[in-house]
Design a binder for this molecule. Sequence first.
Ligand SMILES: CCCCCCCCCCCCC/C=C/C(=O)SCCNC(=O)CCNC(=O)[C@H](O)C(C)(C)COP(=O)(O)OP(=O)(O)OC[C@H]1O[C@@H](n2cnc3c(N)ncnc32)[C@H](O)[C@@H]1OP(=O)(O)O
Ligand code: FAD
Length: 701
Amino acid sequence: MGLSGISLLTTTYSLILQHQSLLLCLRAKGFGLDLKKDMEGVDYLSDERKKAQFDVEAMKIAWAGSLEAFQLSDRMAKLVANDPAFEKFTRPMLGRKELIKNTLRKAAHGWKLIVDLRLTEEEAKWLRLYIDEPAYTDLHWGMFIPAIEGQGTEEQKKKWLPLAKKMQIIGCYAQTELGHGSNVQGLETTATFDPQTDEFIMHSPTLTSSKWWPGGLGKASTHAVVYARLIVGGEFHGVHGFIVQLRSLDDHSPLPGVTVGDIGMKFGNGAYNTMDNGVLRFDHVRIPRDQMLMRVSQVTREGKIMQSDVPRQLIYGTMVYVRQTIVADASKALSRAVCIATRYSAIRRQFGSRNGGPETQVIDYKTQQSRLFPLLASAYAFRFVGEWLKWLYTDVKERLAANDFSTLPEAHACTAGLKSLTTSFTADGIEECRKLCGGHGYLVSSGLPELFAVYIPACTYEGDNVVLLLQVARFLVKTVSELGYKKPVGTTAYMGRVASLMQNNCAVQTAEGWLNPGAVVEAFESRAARMAVRCGQQLAKYENPEEGFAELSADLVEASIAHCQLIVVSKFIEKLQQDIPGKGVKQTLEVLCYVYALFLLHKHQGDFLATGYLTPKQASLANDQLRTLYSKVRPNAITLVDSFNYTDHYLGSILGRYDGNVYPKLYEAAWKDPLNDSDVVDGFYEYVQPILKQKLRTAKL
Ligand SMILES: CCCCCCCCCCCCC/C=C/C(=O)SCCNC(=O)CCNC(=O)[C@H](O)C(C)(C)COP(=O)(O)OP(=O)(O)OC[C@H]1O[C@@H](n2cnc3c(N)ncnc32)[C@H](O)[C@@H]1OP(=O)(O)O
Ligand SMILES: Cc1cc2nc3c(=O)[nH]c(=O)nc-3n(C[C@H](O)[C@H](O)[C@H](O)COP(=O)(O)OP(=O)(O)OC[C@H]3O[C@@H](n4cnc5c(N)ncnc54)[C@H](O)[C@@H]3O)c2cc1C
């Protein structure tokens, strides 16, 4: 084949796809073809992009939340993508020590950019996100600083925040211990007040009291907010946060009485192993009294405990904040996986060739659509519920600053429940995207294995997802039990209409009848209300409510999920009631909203049927409508993932490349693997050749 033959290959998309494997063969056999030259600059997804029925640029803004948010995020994404210091392709191949050093280098480079370019805190946050490498800085900015902001007095904030914000100290959040994580009141580390010296003595009395897991603790942090049992005058006064210095600010060595290190390798290559999750023990370490975070309770010089008007639960406030950010992260992680799987599904062809024509794009298989499009719709649903949750948290924060604590229980229930719902779904969704990409999805260069490995602990950290759903259940049970005399508000307002929600059944008669926001919301409200009330009725049969709660906990978790799904569906619908500019943007989002809701209805139809709200026929009509909706998503699928505006750097996936140039890049990447540095593998002469050359004497073989 001559050069003219090769240039012919670039003429049509389908021809190129057919000939890619041939080209690759030629190169491998030393025919000297330059694949890069032949394939680069071609957009293999351009036909797909032409199918869009909406204004992609406007959708990017709808996804980002505003034009300003879009521009900021776009600027930071490009800053990172264009800086070779943030290369991450080789990350999964690095040993642990190299990995951590590499992460420290990237964090330092990121900080230099933040300082040199005078980035705002918001810009810095996006910069760190796009660097896309879990690091001690996540905990420093994401938990250490918020803990001081939320639980410190004005004086404490004045002293510690400037140091932390200039990174003159590095902090982490040391709550979990070897023996207890979920049960915070069960922590064993002690902080005993010594009135003689006006100090607290931090101590780890047992092996199980060793702090275990805190990110950034293992190797980087100089300080920690340590959660410990406050002991004054020999009495226990609850768990509180204390700012403790761990390492010297000169040479970083542990201070006397402090034993600190890393807890070891975690799941996956690269992935969360860039984080130095640590272990920490105290041997009677003394800290000044004013290093207890004292917004909630104060210990005076004389050793008296003073309670402020602030509720004790505010000690858990940092977790509320972080859970809210984790919901936003869920939409990022899910949209990333979906972007990879959608683009690749449009490139990948299997079966269905007629008369030598191209095979079918796997995205056109209805089974592929029924697995992929609900994930795409969920990414958008989580994005919008995350936006709402951020608003809710900001509102609560403002109220707390003004000593109004009335909305804290709802904020706790919403953040706990939505954190649980979105992270569990996203973790499963990333794995589904890997399967949607067939064999190539299992390659590290697909980006999916590392994304999965880095993401799955989100189901555990910041509260185990089941433990958090049980918190939602307590909130629901309380709401139900108070219905007779207290009007439910906020996300439980629907319970105020419990009588009609229990009585009225679904009125939908046709598949089109499901394209009605009122019908959809009522279905989810009725299911959630009926499940919560049923749990309440069951609980009432127990003399001991705690015993009943434990016995019914699996059902209570189901009721919590129903309530949280209702929130996500309602917030998506509310979003669509706003003005959303751009040709076809609102209509396309409406389709996704129905996909999300009807997919859930189909998946959980057992709940809807068992509560008596739906008939089997109505459930079946919902499924008919869902199939029609998938056909409406299909032409917009690629541009819906383009609207996330992810750079190829952030995606970190050959399968998800913007230009769809998958096969040559996969091929090229394989040759970059260190194993291919030589033709004869290391160890051949020691371990393989002797086998090949052996003269076997046994008759059997
Ligand atoms: C592409 C994307 C890539 C993604 C990668 C990004 C990286 C992101 C970085 C994220 C880094 C994560 C780092 C992780 C950090 C951590 O994990 S920190 C440790 C977190 N630990 C937990 O979450 C522990 C979970 N346990 C608890 O929260 C609580 O102990 C509990 C289980 C909720 C309560 O236990 P219990 O003993 O029953 O309760 P009490 O202590 O007695 O309190 C009960 C009352 O308090 C109310 N309440 C509970 N929590 C809160 C709260 N947070 N806020 C407000 N109120 C709260 C509860 O409702 C009870 O109220 P009443 O009924 O009115 O009494
Ligand atoms: C990657 C990662 C990073 C972390 N970073 C930090 C950090 O920076 N700082 C920090 O302090 N901690 C951190 N943690 C710790 C984390 O917060 C805890 O692991 C988490 O809160 C879960 O607690 P646990 O490990 O005690 O789980 P457990 O509570 O022991 O859970 C084990 C099982 O028991 C079940 N279970 C527990 N209690 C109940 C119950 N009441 N009812 C029903 N079932 C129950 C759970 O559902 C789960 O299936 C991190 C953890 C991970 C994995």
